[in-house]
Design a protein around this ligand. Structure first.
Ligand code: GMT
Length: 374
């Protein structure tokens, strides 16, 4: 198949997932065309089946806000026609689904052809931004006008039906991880770099936005470190980082906390961790938690959104109520002080990640695409 992928090319989960999907499809012989405003961060392989098309967004003094969506639609039309694409797969409804709709219409009027468009809903396009009344009519319309719709968890499918008037069936295709890639770095020696005295390593990774409740990580770590020799590695960057640094200083744990910033090769970092903390207020899925699990790391997370579909309480880690950092700390301390339990949970986390392995999930996308090809 010749597939056009539109996504945010950043470190966010939807961009990561879309890029990994495109890479996997290319390795399976499909021709994949990324259409984005800059090179996706995880687009790091050379493969003759992968094409990258940058969307030019010219600035003009009249525009306070350059019309990116129009530039994207025009680029889609151009790429579809030049490379004879079979299908468009847009990730994140805003504005990709509506730009895709426009591209479909332009193509129809130019050539009479109707290209199928698949929209994958990722989370904040539904739960935070999408349902805001500024965007809701356009989001509802463009989801309904998609030929196929997928959501990354059961929870997100339900949230979408609850918040929007969707007349079509939404298929759940879970996010995936290349387990082999993360597993291969298991037992690497990065522990020596960050925990030279055999301290336990606690980890968090996100874009440090408010919805991630990153300050809770610092609070939980501060409680853990009162009883256990531990270090905290914070991966990623964003608006909450500065507040986390302040909090770490005020709680007196700053010397044991390292902010590593945005990292591309997370598969080299995640396997260092003994425990991964995801304290989010909402996650449609929690891709970072899955990547941690593939690295043999149990997850301590809130029990919100789609997280319980990924992290199984008492088996692959623990779930707790949002903001209840005392309970979370207690669970972490219990786990980290029991070597037997910790090693069982590490193994369980890894085994459960295999359920979401790339090899299992990609065929679901291929089969889904085939349904819409004439
Ligand atoms: O969570 C973010 O800040 C990024 C966001 C995105 O759209 O890139 O992530 C969403 O999509 C990911 C991939 O499907 C999911 O794993 C995340 O749980 C989801 N984030 C939220 O629902 C808050």
């Amino acid at each position: 198949m010749k597939i056009g992928i539109v996504c945010y090319p950043t470190f966010g989960g939807s961009g990561v997932l879309a890029t990994e999907l495109g890479k996997a499809l290319a390795l399976r012989g499909h021709q994949v065309h990324f259409i984005t405003y800059s090179q996706p961060v995880r687009l790091d392989i050379f493969n003759p089946n992968i094409f990258y098309h940058e969307v030019p967004v010219p600035s003009y003094p009249l525009f306070e806000y350059p019309p990116y969506e129009l530039a994207l639609s025009s680029s889609m039309v151009e790429v579809i026609m030049r490379h004879q694409l079979d299908l468009l797969h847009v990730h994140y409804a805003i504005p990709h689904a509506s730009a895709g709709y426009m591209a479909k219409k332009i193509l129809q009027s130019k050539t009479g052809r109707d290209i199928p468009m698949i929209t994958t809903l990722h989370g904040t396009d539904i739960t935070l931004v999408g349902k805001d009344k500024t965007y809701e009519p356009a989001v509802t319309f463009s989801i309904n006008e998609s030929d196929g719709i997928t959501a990354v968890s059961e929870n997100l499918r339900e949230e979408t039906y609850k918040n929007f008037n969707i007349s079509k069936q939404i298929e759940v295709i879970y996010n995936f991880v290349d387990v082999e890639r993360f597993h291969n770095h298991h037992n690497n020696n990065c522990k020596c770099l960050f925990a030279p005295n055999d301290e336990k390593i606690i980890m968090h990774a996100s874009n440090f936005r408010r919805v991630k409740r990153v300050r809770d990580v610092i609070k939980i770590f501060s409680n853990i470190s009162k009883q256990i020799n531990a270090k905290l590695l914070m991966v990623g960057d964003g608006p909450e980082r500065i507040h986390c640094e302040e909090l770490a200083r005020s709680l007196g744990v700053d010397r044991d906390v390292r902010f590593l910033g945005k990292q591309e090769k997370v598969e080299e970092i995640f396997p260092c961790a003994d425990l991964f903390i995801l304290p989010s207020e909402y996650e449609s899925f929690g891709l970072a938690a899955l990547e941690a699990m593939a690295s043999h790391t149990p997850v301590l997370s809130t029990n919100v959104g789609g997280i319980p579909e990924v992290n199984i309480d008492g088996n692959t880690g623990y779930l707790y109520n949002t903001g209840d950092t005392d309970t979370a700390s207690q669970k972490a301390i219990e786990l980290l002080s029991d070597e037997q339990k910790l090693s069982t949970m590490k193994e369980n986390a890894y085994r459960h990640a295999l359920e979401f392995d790339i090899e299992k999930i990609i065929p679901h996308y291929e089969n889904f695409y085939r349904r819409f090809l004439k």
